[in-house]
Write a new protein. Structure first.
Length: 209
């Protein structure tokens, strides 16, 4: 058993080292843009991978539990809409105890496993790579400085920004843009349409005499 675990661990280490070399080769051409831009691209790619995985990786059991949960939840909402409040609460409680609670726990656990594969695993893997590939010693060897960049701090001092902080900040920024972008575009379109309608209404008609 110990020999098997040693061989398995050795293969895992070889795989991780090979993947790290592959990422080094992929991000090497970007070093001309500077370390901050390179790490930002890595964060953007990681975000893109999580979005793609979230869209394509939908296990059959997850979909079945999702449909079952929505069915029982909808049934519970219908029960609560009953005219008699006491009867509505009793029906909802029966649904919870009979099915909804168990379905919810199964659905939650399956969703958690799916999120680990689609979000947490890619993020943590790339974060570990960035932390190792762009550590201060490596940054000094590649770019001649031990930080991605510096920002002004208090009392005339400067604050050095490291690779891990910058990677997480850009990754969260991608999520923020992904969430707010469509809403801002929708609002801008409404404002533009409203302004266009107002301008058309205020302009004199060519058919007026």
């Amino acid at each position: 058993m110990d020999a098997f675990l040693d061989q398995l661990w050795a293969r895992i280490v070889i795989f991780i080292q090979g993947l790290a070399h592959l990422l080094d080769a992929a991000f090497g051409p970007l070093h001309g843009m500077g370390p901050a831009a390179t790490v930002a691209v890595a964060a953007g790619i990681t975000f893109g991978i999580t979005r793609v995985l979230d869209r394509i990786y939908r296990p059959k059991r997850y979909q079945e539990l999702q449909e079952e949960f929505h069915y029982w939840y909808g049934l519970r909402q219908e029960a609560l809409a009953c005219g008699d409040p006491e009867k509505a609460k009793a029906l909802a409680k029966n649904i919870d105890q009979a099915k909804l609670n168990q379905v919810y726990y199964n659905y939650f656990f399956e969703g958690l496993l799916r999120n680990i594969v689609t979000s947490y695993l890619p993020f943590l893997s790339m974060l570990a790579y960035v932390n190792e590939a762009y550590r201060p010693e490596r940054l000094t060897a590649l770019f001649g400085r031990d930080a991605l960049f510096t920002v002004p701090g208090g009392r005339g001092e400067t604050v050095a920004v490291g690779s891990v902080f910058w990677f997480v900040a850009v990754y969260l920024g991608c999520h923020l843009i992904w969430f707010l972008g469509p809403r801002l575009l929708k609002r801008l379109r409404k404002v533009h349409a409203s302004n266009s309608s107002s301008a058309f209404a205020e302009s004199p008609s060519v058919y007026e005499v």
